[in-house]
Design a protein around this ligand. Structure first.
Ligand code: LR7
Ligand code: MN
Length: 468
């Protein structure tokens, strides 16, 4: 029996599985539409001048299979992965246009070109004011310069490696449209990706919106639909993770096209009003290379009067990788990430930063530079405390209650009062929260209680037998 509910769950019955390819092939092998889209840019020449040499490891330079990417060329059809109801959504006839900002460091030509072309092919032309490429001091300046022959595409090249944070700020400062759209350099945007995001920002300029980020396989470049029930979250080590929407919110979602509130964004793909971006202090430009800026931006947006959401009717594919293909000036990624994350924690997390330091004890010794400007910004904007964020935006993130001093016998009571005891994992014999375990700091009555990395041999770590 097929009832209406069953039909509703079927994907895209009345919508072609693949989008039609653009235009008709001409004798020259380029399409009419492409001719218009790409202007004097010679795609074939661009791609063929830099191909993998026979015998070279296709994963070496980019940490994805560049041979597969090159094989696909400058464009391809991808499946429309949206919920079918998205196709009948309507948007304002007059929407503001956007400047699209893409920073890159030694990106593969084919992935970068597909990012740019997918934007030109799958966005209403009137909404794309310009595409600003920031070449973050890649080895070959031509990668960027040649792409600037494509209409609407501009190329800014850094004279030294700046990292993605300062590069994006440079792009934002050069942008002429009133709305900014950020993309990673190895994306493919999907059908009607832009309208839902611009619509939401137009309605309320304090919203910062992201698409659902689909997965492009780093091995075979298959385009795979991501789950529509996820939001951005993190643990106390400030490690970003996708997590299920809390069950109460999920139950309350009658309409699958509705925005999903998210405590943090992944960071690479989002749309934000330009004046709002500037008013909120852009980014922390003392952050280097990669990492942490998405937390800093997310905390700042929520705490200073804005909101973050994921729009299920907007889909953008991204090549997720397992390692960084580029080097970090200080030698390893940990240096930058820790420094950046520490800056975010110091400026925004108030007393809750202790949980970050407990989860990442090594961060404590890292030099992180002056945060005076950012602290002043927070004050000037009159932003709410992190406690507000914890209570209103991310109550699901569990934390150690503010114990002053405790002994073993008072522990159970305190855990029960301050904390939903159920949410602690009682893994025999330790009391565990993710990788941290509850411990007393010394064997003395009234000694302090803290969280530290689990170690079954550590006698100070509290056993469940304490309670029996
Ligand atoms: O020195 C650099 N200069 C750059 O311009 C290093 C990187 N980059 C560029 C790079 O070419 C790419 O376009 O910055 C972008 C992000 O770097 P990636 O793709 O190597 O890293 P990533 O995909 O893991 O990045 C995710 O986390 C980053 C933390 O700083 C940023 O927020 C990225 O934007 C973010 N990407 C996404 O959110 C896409 C979805 C992935 C997830 C989760
Ligand atoms: Mn990326």
């Amino acid at each position: 029996m097929m009832n209406s509910l069953f039909w509703e769950k079927q994907p895209n019955h009345h919508i072609p599985r693949f989008q039609p390819l653009f235009g008709m092939k001409t004798l020259k092998g380029r399409t009419e539409q492409q001719g218009k889209l790409l202007g004097s840019f010679d795609e074939k020449d661009y791609l063929s001048r830099k191909l993998l040499k026979p015998g070279d490891d296709p994963y070496r330079d980019h940490a994805f299979n560049v041979q597969e990417s090159d094989r696909l060329g400058g464009e391809r059809a991808i499946r429309d992965t949206r919920h079918y109801r998205c196709a009948s959504m309507s948007y304002d006839a007059e929407l503001p246009s956007t400047s699209i900002i893409i920073t890159f460091h030694n990106e593969a030509r084919s992935t970068l070109l597909r990012t740019v072309k997918s934007v030109l092919m799958r966005s209403p032309p009137s909404l794309v004011q310009e595409i600003i490429l920031i070449d973050d001091f890649s080895s070959d300046p031509e990668d960027c310069q040649l792409l600037a022959q494509i209409p609407k595409v501009r190329c800014l090249r850094n004279v030294r490696r700046e990292g993605l944070i300062r590069s994006r700020v440079r792009g934002a400062n050069a942008a002429s449209a009133s709305i900014l759209t950020f993309l990673d350099s190895h994306c493919e945007v999907n059908t009607d990706w832009l309208q839902p995001m611009i619509q939401r920002v137009k309605e309320d300029h304090t919203r910062v919106v992201s698409p659902i980020i689909d997965v492009i396989s780093l091995d075979n470049f298959a385009y795979l639909a991501a789950s529509a029930d996820l939001r951005g979250g993190f643990d106390w080590s400030l490690h970003f993770k996708w997590e299920q929407i809390p069950i109460e919110q999920k139950m309350a979602r009658s309409d699958p096209t509705q925005p999903i509130r998210t405590p943090v964004i992944a960071g690479g793909i989002f749309v934000m009003d330009r004046s709002w971006f500037n008013r909120l202090g852009q980014y922390d430009t003392r952050m280097d290379i990669w990492g942490g800026e998405n937390f800093e931006l997310s905390f700042r947006v929520w705490m200073c009067g804005g909101s973050l959401e994921i729009l299920p009717c907007s889909r953008v594919g991204h090549v997720f990788r397992k390692r960084h293909p580029y080097d970090f000036p200080e030698g390893n990624a940990g240096c930058c990430v820790c420094r950046n994350t520490r800056r975010a924690a110091e400026v925004w997390m108030d007393e809750y930063k202790q949980y970050y330091y407990s989860a990442r004890p090594s961060a404590q010794g890292k030099v992180y530079g002056s945060i005076t400007d950012r602290v002043a910004l927070r004050k000037r904007l009159n932003c709410k405390p992190f406690r507000w964020y914890m209570e209103n935006v991310y109550p699901e993130l569990r934390y150690e209650p503010p114990w002053k001093s405790l002994n073993g016998s008072a522990l159970l009571e305190t855990l029960t009062i301050f904390y939903n005891f159920q949410r602690w994992e009682l893994i025999e014999p330790l009391i565990r929260q993710q990788d941290l375990c509850l411990a007393i700091s010394a064997f003395a009555p009234g000694s302090k209680v803290k969280m530290e990395p689990c170690n079954t041999k550590e006698a100070r770590q509290v056993r469940t037998s304490v309670f029996t």
